[in-house]
Design a protein around this ligand. Structure first.
Ligand code: SF4
Ligand code: SF4
Length: 442
């Protein structure tokens, strides 16, 4: 069988061997956690606890009345010590809730939601409400509220739920481990999604650099006639929503259109797990699995981490940094965020923490004029001309950048990956996107 794929893309080394065979470990609780009140696309939350309040693990501590939003819940039992602005992984200051973590015995005290174990017969709106109250968002990085994605309009029927098991960013292996270790939850979570949106099938797409996960999931889903596993060509960005839809069901999502336009709903494996735990156990989204890796980390690992844990606590668990560490990146190396220090905390969308060495951390501070080699054009999965787009953006020609499709760019970085002129394409394009959107709002 030839494996599915899409047009464009690149083949960076995947560097996954350091952690792909390492089971998920639990991490000791830190002394304090800090939970930002905005961890999703949409309206930020307002704190619904006060300084000095005792909170239990799973208790809601922030919410918003906006439809496109998701509550935040405490990942520990402890006491609120501050509601203040602190540094976020983006480098900005964000409002959040600091909680002093209680004793190990205190952690047995939880405040979970009412589970719906009989989800196969449950009212669909009840299921959506539970998903919202659990604060579930897309865990593949976009952090879009899941309850909103599970509420498509009547004129956009969905026939296929696609579970994204590609994990195409180098180094990251947390989704790979979830496929192997939380198999039943991933399957049940995907079936709950299928039922809520009225789809007829589930397809789990996995890149062919994870043959053990493909074999394991194929065997595990054999008794589910509506669930199939599809092996996909290993290529970056295979896990991007539109590229995954093209590779699995051969449908093209129109430019600036949503997957529902072609009857598809895409969710990450971590989101499927979170959904299963919320529905079957009443457990809100209070923890996630993160890969800590890179040549600058002493003991690479896959960790189950309470949300709000400071990044330095993860590095300490991984044995600390070694002399090779030159740059810390939150997320994958293609789309992640460089960290000036380790004071930010883990949020819902955090998939990895990497310590890159000098070679991998090479910056694009020094670059040259475009030599018109067209490599970026061949790499772009969105059929853009990144060379023209980035040049327009570099010269602040926002109208030209808009016409060249700045808003269609998914910031995957494939264009910059092997640009011989080392041009910082994504930086240029991000500036153009911000300028074009600001003009549209004006
Ligand atoms: S890869 Fe770089 S040098 Fe080549 S066309 Fe694109 S921007 Fe120009
Ligand atoms: S232009 Fe945007 S979508 Fe195309 S390769 Fe570059 S970063 Fe990716």
């Amino acid at each position: 069988m030839s494996n599915g794929t899409f047009t464009g893309g690149i083949h960076p080394p995947d560097y996954k061997e350091a952690t792909s065979q390492l089971a998920i470990e639990d991490i000791a609780l830190p002394d304090e956690i800090f939970i930002p009140l905005s961890q999703h696309i949409g309206a930020p939350c307002t704190a619904c606890v006060e300084v000095g309040a005792d909170v239990s693990k799973g208790q809601k501590i922030g919410d918003s009345e906006s439809f496109v939003s998701a509550p935040v819940c405490s990942s520990v039992t402890g006491r609120v010590t501050a509601i203040e602005k602190r540094k976020h992984f983006t480098g900005q200051e964000v409002l959040g809730v600091a909680i002093k973590v209680g004793s190990q015995e205190d952690q047995a005290k939880t405040n979970y939601l009412k589970a719906i174990p009989a989800w196969e017969e449950a009212d669909l709106d009840e299921l959506r409400k539970l998903v919202r109250e659990a604060g579930i968002v897309g865990l593949g990085g976009a952090a879009f509220p899941t309850s909103v994605k599970l509420s498509p309009p009547a004129d956009a029927p969905i026939d296929t739920v696609i579970i994204n098991g590609c994990e195409c960013e180098p180094f990251l292996t947390c989704d790979h481990r979830l496929l192997l270790e939380k198999t039943e939850d991933v399957i049940v979570g995907s079936l709950i999604m299928k039922r809520v949106v009225g789809a007829s099938r589930v397809i789990i797409g996995i890149e062919d650099n994870k043959p053990d996960a493909i074999a394991h999931m194929t065997k595990a889903t054999a008794s589910y006639p509506d669930v199939t596993v599809t092996a996909l060509h290993t290529k970056y960005p295979q896990g991007a929503e539109k590229q995954l839809i093209k590779a699995t069901i051969d449908r093209e999502v129109p430019m600036r259109g949503l997957p529902m336009k072609v009857g598809a709903l895409v969710h990450n494996v971590g989101t499927a797990l979170a959904l299963s735990e919320a529905v079957r156990l009443g457990k809100p989204l209070i923890e996630r699995v993160i890969t800590v890796s890179g040549p600058g980390v002493k003991r690479p690992c896959n960790l189950r981490v309470p949300l709000g844990t400071p990044l330095n606590h993860l590095i300490a668990h991984a044995g600390g940094l070694n002399a090779a560490a030159a740059r810390i990146v939150l997320g994958g190396p293609m789309t992640g965020w460089a960290q000036a220090d380790l004071s930010a905390s883990v949020v819902k969308g955090t998939s990895g923490l990497l310590a890159l060495d000098k070679a991998l951390a090479a910056t694009r501070d020094e670059y040259h004029d475009c030599v018109r080699c067209q490599r970026c054009v061949r790499a772009c999965p969105m059929y853009l001309y990144p060379n023209f787009l980035a040049t327009a953006a570099e010269h602040k020609q926002w109208s030209a950048a808009d016409k060249d499709g700045a808003l269609d760019c998914v910031e995957c970085g494939a264009c910059a990956f092997d640009c011989p002129a080392n041009r910082p394409m994504v930086r240029f394009i991000r500036d153009a996107k911000a300028a074009v959107m600001a003009r549209q709002r004006a």
